[in-house]
Design a protein around this ligand. Structure first.
Ligand SMILES: [Zn+2]
Length: 143
């Protein structure tokens, strides 16, 4: 599969078909079946801390790339102008670093959270790694 068709929906349909990127602006989420064909549903929340959607009226892009580290396939790709662009697979350190980055970015964007770690404080980042792992599971399996 090299191309996804975008489908703007009000809520996520019960049945997800391959080759379609469903986007719900109401729920600020996009969902599609993993581009590798494994059949897993990939849920990408749209927010300043998660994925950004670029829509030019015809085709869409999701930024940043999609790394399905919680799936056996471990696929990693970009969705750019409705096209799948495969990216290099990452090792565990790269995955951890990326999770830390997004975890801290999310925390920084939630100023009301008093537990938000400061990026400079590396000891806090390490402590938060395990919590991220739990959060990551929720993120990919819960809508
Ligand atoms: Zn897959």
């Amino acid at each position: 599969m090299e191309t996804l068709n975008n489908d703007f929906v009000h809520s996520i349909p019960e049945r997800i078909f391959p080759g379609i990127l469903y986007i719900s602006m109401e729920r600020s989420v996009a969902i599609h079946l993993c581009a590798c064909g494994c059949g897993n549903e990939v849920v990408t929340p749209l927010s300043p801390a998660d994925w950004q959607l670029k829509y030019d009226g015809a085709v869409i892009s999701l930024i940043p790339s999609i790394g399905n580290w919680n799936f056996p396939c471990q696929s990693h790709y970009w969705i750019t102008n409705n096209k799948i662009k495969w990216a290099a697979s990452w090792n565990k350190n790269q995955i951890e670093d990326s999770r830390d980055f997004h975890y801290n970015r999310r925390k920084m964007l939630e100023p009301e959270n008093k537990d938000a770690p400061k990026v400079q404080d590396e000891s806090l980042i390490i402590v938060k790694k395990k919590r991220w792992a739990f959060w990551g599971i929720l993120r990919f399996f819960k809508l």
